[in-house]
Design a protein around this ligand. Structure first.
Ligand code: SF4
Length: 359
């Protein structure tokens, strides 16, 4: 796989997670609970952590919720980002409550004197700020001919200017729209202007099936162009699904590896075996070995349904099988290893990996 040439950026710490080149592109999500319900929120954050989330954001709507941040923070280990709109006092209070980062929206917190106070406190407490523009809350939208992407870029730049004047540089940027083209245009424009790391996302991408596709196109395109240091796949539904989608997205571009990559064919009339069953078994067994053999996550494993395209894909992968009506052929590192019985495909494949490919 061709390596992606990532954009060089400043590095910002959100708690223990480093955002920016050359650090891994991190995965974020956001709770769907009311932050005032501390235990529900903590439980959801624990579930997110188990699913692989690396930074979590909570909505902070009022002073009561700011007070809950301390309690939540004590009970979690993920870095906690407070998401603030409209009231800059909440941003100040969230920093005082010990959150690891604050997200502000330049569409609704834009007064110079308020932003100066945020920058000064963020500098003093060493808490980074994400300036997160959203096309749904553009301040200048009415009556201007400028495109949404220009307006998003312009509103973020105006906040950056104020922050930099205060010598505050721990900034992360996001420019999200529900329109893929607007999002891409905004990030590309901004990437040419500043060195701050970027948080990527397509906002309000939709229900999981469509939302994953939309996000994959938008986020994926930018990642391929080297833009993006942390991502959130916004989906309507359980936030754990966002994390799972983000993992698949990063893994499919070779930017992170969380599990072995399974190459399996869609099957067609040539396939004479129950390939979904075999591929599912292979995946389950590989995942069960992940803790003992972390190296396994870097393997590409092919499980193919016939002798037409099967041998080629199996040879290209680190290890693979090409099934046929009566048996399957095991390949490893481009070479044919042996013929195996159809009822022991997953066992043989795992045995070979354990004996020959991982320590
Ligand atoms: S590998 Fe064979 S069975 Fe699978 S889709 Fe291709 S031709 Fe069909």
């Amino acid at each position: 796989m061709k390596a992606i040439n990532r954009r060089k950026t400043k590095v910002i710490n959100i708690g223990s997670v480093k955002i920016g080149f050359p650090h891994p592109i991190s995965i974020q999500s956001m709770t769907t609970t009311s932050t005032a319900h501390v235990q529900q929120t903590v439980k959801q954050i624990h579930r997110l952590e188990e699913s692989g989330c690396e930074i979590v954001r909570v909505a902070v709507l009022n002073q009561k919720e700011v007070l809950c941040l301390k309690d939540i923070k004590k009970q979690i280990s993920l870095p906690l980002v407070a998401d603030i709109h409209f009231d800059y006092h909440l941003a100040l209070a969230a920093m005082a409550a010990g959150c690891d980062a604050v997200r502000i929206n330049p569409g609704n917190i834009y007064k110079r004197e308020h932003l100066i106070q945020i920058a000064r406190q963020a500098k003093q407490t060493r808490i980074p700020i994400r300036i997160g523009a959203n096309s749904g809350s553009l301040r200048y939208a009415n009556g201007l001919k400028n495109s949404a992407e220009s307006l998003m870029v312009r509103s973020v730049l105006s906040v950056i200017k104020i922050f930099e004047k205060e010598k505050f540089y721990d900034i992360i940027i996001s420019l999200k729209s529900s329109d893929i083209f607007q999002t891409i245009a905004a990030y590309e424009k901004m990437a040419k202007l500043v060195r701050y790391p970027m948080h990527l996302g397509i906002t309000a991408a939709g229900l999981p099936q469509a939302g994953v596709i939309k996000s994959s196109i938008g986020i994926g395109f930018l990642l391929i162009r080297g833009i993006g240091d942390t991502i959130r796949v916004s989906l309507t539904g359980k936030p754990e699904k966002e994390v799972q989608a983000a993992r698949y997205l990063l893994a499919s571009l070779g930017l992170r590896s969380f599990a072995p990559e399974i190459i399996s064919c869609p099957t067609c009339g040539r396939c004479k075996v129950n390939l979904p069953l075999i591929a599912g078994e292979v995946e389950r067994k590989l995942l069960s070995l992940k803790e003992r053999f972390p190296d396994i996550c870097h393997l590409k494993v092919a499980v193919m349904g016939c002798e037409v395209n099967g041998p080629g894909e199996a040879r290209e992968a680190d290890i693979g099988v090409a099934c046929s009506r009566m048996s399957a052929i095991l390949f490893a590192k481009g070479k044919k290893i042996k013929k195996i019985k159809l009822n022991s495909v997953s066992e043989e494949l795992i045995k070979y990996i354990k004996n020959e490919m991982v320590r």
